[in-house]
Write a protein that binds this ligand. Structure first.
Ligand code: HEC
Length: 465
């Protein structure tokens, strides 16, 4: 369950009618296009948010008419990667066909403004905390340059303490960057405290990039710790990865533009964060010309009494050994060994999030029920590493059901994110290595033994916090 910044479904009914009427008259911004922009685009396309241009007013949007047409026809915008034949997804923000048609007709018809009287009232977007947090945990502070070397700021991994001195049931989580205009995404995971951890130290891979930001053939990536120099000079940063079990792919909850909090309350559920756990942050900033220091905070609402149901985040993986998981050089469509988990209890599957790195190409999630029935529950035909998208759902999964996740990788030159097509790629946490580690969320009875919820052949399974 995510908080959407888009407006409520009140628009949906009127919109379809409007599209019918529009077929017989001129398609205008005020009547036909603005409602779509309000519902599906302004969450990101408004001042102070991640998208580089605002679509609040006719004046702002008009110059982008042709680009909008292209972006919605190709389904590049709004960013949403799930094939609509499966689902439904509760946080689906993709456009319906009549909405795409309206934008196309408007652009083709000269992009007229139309009558202002037809325009819906402006949407007010809440800023700041959308939940009223009971606890606020300090996240990392990151200096984001005006424009980084070669246009790309690598993903940064940082560990911070929760400060929770006792086991805590949280009912909602909001990850809040200070500067939404540059925060592309922030994902967090909860991990047991490790004695070697250095809080607040950013660790990232300093990949060589060309002027357009594409990763270049590797010269050997280096680890960099904030203010600490390179790994060669200071092995600390690299050692942090090795020793403290940082997971480069921790993503139990994510901040994504327009999709900013996870709320377990509508599920009557809460998530247990054990005493003393730390939070691993994965932050991805996209500099926009103005240098800023971003300070992330995480707000939690905390259950006053034991919850009726428990939200559990789970992580499985394809086999990780270098014999089984080795992507050959130049292979445009390598099929990974699959990941699977068999549920030992009845659960409600509520969240699915694929996780691969830059060579990830597509992924399909299938439930195989005890009676032999198979159901595709998620298909992402064009995986995009840059949008860490999760999909909210509600599927009752009986005990004995198997979840099977398949994926392909593109290690060829056609993949513009590929830093080096002539290299065999093995499993690993860093972005030049690959992962095939589906995250998902289930809701169970509070009494369920979360460490025995699933059977999975790969030992790399998190019982979840
Ligand atoms: C989740 C945030 C988000 C949403 C929602 C969103 N956009 Fe965007 N949009 C972006 C970002 C970020 C960029 C610039 C970088 C990029 O292209 O990824 C962008 C770029 C664009 C561009 C520039 C051309 C292009 O293809 O890169 C157009 C046109 C556009 N968006 C149209 C739309 C329309 C129309 C909608 C709604 C139907 C929409 N966007 C919804 C984030 C969003």
């Amino acid at each position: 369950m995510r908080f959407q910044l888009a407006v409520a479904a009140l628009l949906a009914g009127g919109l379809l009618q409007a599209a019918d009427v529009a077929a017989s008259s001129q398609t205008t911004f005020s009547r036909d296009v603005l409602p779509v922009l309000q519902k599906n685009c302004q969450g990101c396309h408004r001042p102070g948010q991640i998208a580089p241009m605002s679509f609040l007013s006719y004046k702002d949007a008009r110059p982008w008419a042709k680009a909008m047409k292209t972006a919605v026809l190709s389904r590049k915008m709004p960013p949403w990667s799930a094939d609509s034949r499966y689902g439904p997804y509760l946080n689906d923000r993709s456009l319906k066909q009549p909405e795409i048609d309206a934008i196309v007709r408007w652009a083709d018809g000269g992009a007229p403004e139309g009558d202002l009287k037809d325009a819906p009232p402006a949407v007010s977007f809440p800023e700041g905390w959308l939940i009223q947090p009971d606890v606020i945990v300090e996240g990392p502070v990151t200096d984001v340059p005006a424009s980084p070397k070669n246009n790309v700021l690598e993903w940064i991994t940082v560990i911070m303490p929760t400060g929770f001195t006792k086991d805590t049931w949280v009912t909602s989580v909001q990850i809040k960057p200070e500067h939404a205009a540059i925060a592309h995404h922030i994902c967090i995971g909860y991990v047991p405290h490790q004695p070697n951890v250095k809080y607040g130290l950013g660790v990232w891979a300093d990949l060589p990039r060309d002027a357009e930001g594409a990763a270049m053939p590797e010269k050997g990536p280096t680890f960099v710790g904030r203010g600490q120099g390179r790994a060669a000079e200071n092995p600390d940063a690299a050692a942090i990865f090795a020793e403290s079990g940082i997971s480069g792919g921790s993503a139990q909850d994510c901040y994504l533009p327009g999709n900013v909090a996870a709320d377990y309350r509508p599920l009557n559920a809460a998530k247990l964060i054990p005493a003393g756990y730390d939070i691993v942050f994965n932050v991805h900033y996209t500099p926009n010309g103005t240098a800023a220091t971003d300070h992330v905070k995480v707000g939690f609402t905390v259950a006053k009494e034991p919850p009726r149901r428990r939200y559990v985040s789970l992580l499985i993986s394809a086999p990780t050994d270098s014999k089984t998981f080795a992507i050959p050089p130049n292979d445009p469509n390598w099929q990974s060994p699959h990941a699977e988990a068999t549920f030992r209890e009845d659960v409600e599957l509520v969240y699915m999030m694929p996780h691969m790195h830059v060579r990830g190409k597509d992924t399909t999630w299938t439930l195989e029920y005890p009676d032999g029935r198979k159901q595709v529950v998620l298909d992402v035909p064009h995986y995009d590493f840059n949008w860490q998208m999760g999909y909210d759902t509600s599927i009752r999964v009986p005990k004995g059901t198997r979840l099977r996740v398949d994926a392909h990788y593109d290690n060829s030159l056609n993949n513009k994110f590929n830093p080096n097509p002539s290299r065999t790629v093995y499993y690993g946490q860093m972005t030049w290595e690959e992962m095939m580690s589906p995250f998902f969320g289930v809701v169970v009875d509070p009494g369920a033994d979360v460490h025995k919820l699933i059977d999975s052949p790969v030992a790399f399974v998190s019982g979840g916090a």
